[in-house]
Design a protein around this ligand. Structure first.
Ligand SMILES: Cc1cc2nc3c(=O)[nH]c(=O)nc-3n(C[C@H](O)[C@H](O)[C@H](O)COP(=O)(O)O)c2cc1C
Length: 210
């Protein structure tokens, strides 16, 4: 079996973290770098990655996350916050980066710019937020796989009230929304969930070759 598959079998949505075992700065940086390398539609990355280790902020957030213990006991809480709206600047900032990084003139990217703008800018705010949240979920998948590779435990979480999270973290003013959150750290020996067998649809049910 490949190591990659072994690591994916090793990982599980951790219910109880060892609250005395923090992730090293180096591993955290690697995990964030992997997340930042996630693919996104056009490469626009319409979200922010917020890393919260402050215990006081996490204690405030916990009631808005069904009181789940991972929020305060994990080493870090990572919030993937999608942009709720945007204008042409999303594309302009990206293409400026492309032009500088690849040392190519901005004028040569005009056609690409117009194509992206005409596809994205006229969308309703609802459609923009839905699209940007989907991009944030790609980062979530990548984060979970990278964590497994680094032997860092993680719990992806949708069990929270996004409007309360947005208020506590002051995200509304920045046109950001809590799309999904992940707690990361190391499993507690007492977490019985780690011993549960993985449950997945059979390949026959899940995968079709046409
Ligand atoms: C988007 C998403 C949201 C989830 N929300 C929660 C949550 O709020 N709390 C929790 O304990 N687990 C949560 N889970 C974990 C799932 O229940 C878990 O991934 C699933 O049962 C498969 O098990 P495994 O990840 O341990 O293999 C979530 C998973 C995903 C992908």
């Amino acid at each position: 079996m490949s190591n990659y598959i072994k690591n994916l079998n090793w990982r599980y949505a951790t219910k109880k973290f060892d609250k005395d075992k923090p992730i090293s700065n180096e591993d955290l940086e690697t995990l964030l770098e992997a997340t930042a390398l996630s693919a996104s539609s056009y490469g626009l990355q319409p979200y922010k990655i917020l890393v919260i280790d402050d215990k006081e902020i996490r204690a405030k957030l916990q009631p808005a996350a069904w009181g789940q213990s991972q929020i305060t006991e994990a080493s870090h809480l990572i919030i993937l916050a999608n942009q709720t709206t945007f204008g042409e600047e999303l594309v302009d900032d990206y293409l400026k980066n492309v032009s500088e990084t690849r040392e190519i003139p901005l004028e040569g990217l005009k056609g690409y710019s117009e194509m992206m703008k005409s596809n994205l800018v006229p969308l309703s705010d609802e459609a923009k937020a839905s699209w940007s949240a989907r991009q944030a979920y790609i980062a979530l998948g990548n984060l979970l796989s990278a964590a497994a590779d680094l032997k860092i435990d993680a719990c992806p979480m949708e069990g929270f009230d996004s409007s309360q999270f947005n208020t506590i973290l002051d995200l509304d003013k920045q046109n950001l929304n809590t799309a999904v959150i992940v707690t990361v750290g190391y499993r507690s020996e007492d977490d019985q969930t780690q011993y549960f067998k993985k449950v997945r649809k059979s390949k026959e049910n899940l995968i079709a070759h046409l």
